[in-house]
Design a protein around this ligand. Structure first.
Ligand code: NDP
Ligand code: GDP
Length: 337
């Protein structure tokens, strides 16, 4: 039986990856932080919370990393833990650097010392492309991060490449474009939209207030992306791969797709902070814009080229953005019964 350690197991990707690994017959270990509210909500939703062996773990605390790596000798380690919300990273720039940049370095160095044959996955991100230098973005596109989150993740990416090249470790970096699901954190724009529209459809209330509706993202389904992470660690050689759908969509269009699933036909009027999304049938305002949700520096356009992953890993994204929006808003609507 293979043994895997997943950091960030309480997050969206951690939950889906743990489920996948359990289905493949792995013994799954997870790193958790002791916090003041229930930590296993997502794992309970997937009905796997009892199947995981938990270890107290924090990427900012090198002793917790060394202890678990030294004691367990895992076959595979997936580093999914991060200060993961771009918007907060301007308020927590040092913490983002510590956890997202130095965190993977701490794990890699623990593996180098105590378990050099363990295969390692680093959760890198399309946010590293930031102010994009080519369209679409692939593994050779130059990085130009636009947030403390993105800057820290560039360090995490290159330290992974460096430990592979310096010490021959099987360390891979997955450059994943945005991926969503009904388990997505509620502060991310897709889930904020689907929760907000589901609430409006069920019980009315105030409009959903958002920031820049013109930004474009390449959104896929998280369930597909965790399969890609696992495939990377099954290759004879470690490498770096982009996982993406190859399709880019504006925030505005994502709202339109989600609204349509609830029978809302959303029409747009105004510009910038005066823009409104209005339900055609009732005339009710569903979406408003506020500068409060604008970012100090924006990533305007992301669209990935997943050709290398398709060629080498036989990986493809199976859920289109419209289907994804429908899945998420339906789940949020049903959960509000
Ligand atoms: P989530 O925000 O859902 O989960 C983040 C996880 O990291 C949680 O389990 C959280 O634990 C944990 N964590 C945060 N800080 C620490 C810390 N200091 N020490 C240990 N654990 C910590 O993120 P996702 O599942 O969406 O993303 C997974 C990874 O993939 C992240 O690294 C993210 O940056 C990256 N990524 C995500 C993309 C996406 O679109 N989802 C795109 C590209 C990359 P707790 O529950 O205790 O807060
Ligand atoms: P990110 O790509 O990791 O930053 O994922 P997010 O879902 O947080 O943001 C995606 C895009 O949506 C960014 O360009 C944001 O500026 C934009 N956006 C617009 N309004 C909002 C909002 O209210 N919340 C969030 N999180 N993002 C918003």
């Amino acid at each position: 039986m293979k043994r895997a350690f997943v950091t960030g197991i309480t997050g969206q990707d951690g939950a889906y990856l743990a489920k996948l690994l359990l289905e493949k017959g792995y013994e799954v270990h997870g790193g958790i932080r002791r916090i003041s509210h229930p930590i296993d909500e997502r794992l309970r939703k997937l009905r796997i919370e009892r199947d995981i062996i938990f270890h107290e773990f924090d990427l900012a605390e090198v002793n917790s990393i060394n202890r678990v790596i030294k004691a367990q000798r895992f076959d595979e380690v997936y580093n999914l833990a991060a200060q993961s919300f771009v918007g907060s990273s301007w308020d927590l720039p040092i913490y983002a650097g510590d956890v997202n940049g130095l965190g993977p370095a701490r794990i890699l160095d623990a593996l180098r010392s105590f378990s050099p044959d363990t295969r390692f996955y680093q959760a890198s991100t399309s946010e590293m492309y930031g102010l994009v230098q080519a369209v679409p973005q692939n593994e050779t596109t130059r990085f130009y991060p636009r947030s403390p989150y993105g800057v820290a993740k560039v360090y995490g990416h290159y330290i992974t490449v460096n430990y592979r090249e310096s010490f021959g470790m099987h360390a891979s970096s997955g450059i994943l474009f945005n991926h969503e699901s009904p388990l997505r954190g509620t502060e991310f724009v897709t889930r904020k939209i689907t929760l907000g529209l589901a609430r409006l459809a069920r019980s009315g209330g105030d409009p959903v207030v958002l920031g820049n509706l013109d930004a474009r993202r390449d959104w896929g389904f998280a369930g597909d992306y965790v399969e890609g992470m696992w495939l990377m660690l099954q290759q004879p050689q470690a490498d770096d791969y982009v996982l993406a759908t190859g399709v880019t969509t504006s925030i505005r269009d994502f709202i339109t797709f989600a609204g349509a699933e609830l029978g809302m036909q959303i029409e747009w009027s105004g510009e910038g902070v005066t823009e409104r999304g209005i339900d055609r049938a009732s005339g009710r305002t569903l979406i408003k814009v506020s500068e409060k949700f604008y970012r100090p520096a924006e990533v305007d356009l992301l669209v990935g080229d997943p050709a290398k992953a398709a060629r080498t890993l036989s990986w493809t994204s199976t859920v289109g953005v419209r289907e994804l929006a429908e899945m998420m808003v339906r789940s949020d609507y049903d959960e509000q019964i």
